[in-house]
Design a binder for this molecule. Structure first.
Ligand SMILES: [Zn+2]
Length: 237
């Protein structure tokens, strides 16, 4: 029997594995007793640039610290353009990496680049993921620089298509953050997506550290519960 979703429930997610998530965001969250999900890919420049991206040892340390580590595919390809077999292989590759590094098997998935399609959902479902996070579309058009999206409502949304309620970037700020938090009521959950804090490689998903501190302080001071995506298991039948 699933528990009722409380008001002020926020899921915090981080994509792509920038180093600043490990050095800055995670310690700040931990100091407030908050959890979060970190979606890891070996795409982008994760393999080449270990100054700007986490090492596997750092990812494993986040896992050991109690944060959730999720699967974001091997190559960060647009799943709409991949065959089911290619996507399956890219997911399995990251599953193997997690096993090699002693990281807890991923229970949740994140579609790269905010793109999804029903064929990809079928692959994600066959793998047995409990939840998968998408972007703000189709309900809210996305302009590539951050924006608003729907709150997650288990009565409405497939757990393998959990929407992003707030996608941090140059076009998403404190007003949008507060708007997303206002949606966290009446059985709905606000799902926030961040990339690097800061994001040195991708300006269109950058979050300034000062802004992030303000977001986390607001969540802490206003009694929000901040969890990882896998933690919604208890609320979703
Ligand atoms: Zn990504």
């Amino acid at each position: 029997m699933a528990e009722a979703i409380p008001d002020r429930l926020v899921v915090m997610t981080f994509d792509d594995g920038p180093k600043s998530q490990f050095t800055f965001a995670a310690p700040l969250l931990k100091s407030c007793g908050f959890n979060a999900t970190f979606y890891i890919t070996e795409g982008l420049r994760f393999r080449e640039d270990k100054e700007r991206y986490m090492t596997w040892e750092e990812v494993a340390a986040l896992d050991a610290d109690g944060f959730e580590i999720g699967n974001h595919t091997r190559r960060h390809r647009n799943v709409v353009t991949q065959s089911a077999e290619e996507l399956r292989e890219d997911i399995e590759h990251i599953d193997r990496r997690f096993a090699e590094h002693g990281i807890t098997e991923a229970r949740t998935f994140c579609y790269p680049g905010y793109n999804h399609c029903s064929e990809a959902v079928a692959v994600v479902k066959a793998r047995g993921f409990r939840f998968a996070r998408r972007g703000t579309e189709p309900e809210y058009e996305y302009d590539e620089d951050g924006g608003r999206g729907p709150a997650y409502d288990p009565q409405v949304h497939d757990p393998l298509l959990v929407p992003t309620t707030g996608a941090s970037g140059p076009h998403w700020g404190f007003d949008d953050f507060q708007w997303a938090l206002d949606e966290a009521r009446d059985g709905r959950v606000a799902v926030l997506t961040f990339h690097g804090v800061p994001d040195l490689d991708h300006a269109w998903v950058n979050t300034a550290p000062d802004d992030f501190e303000r977001y986390v302080g607001h969540l802490r001071d206003n009694d929000f519960t901040v969890v990882a995506l896998r933690d919604l298991d208890r609320y979703v039948g």
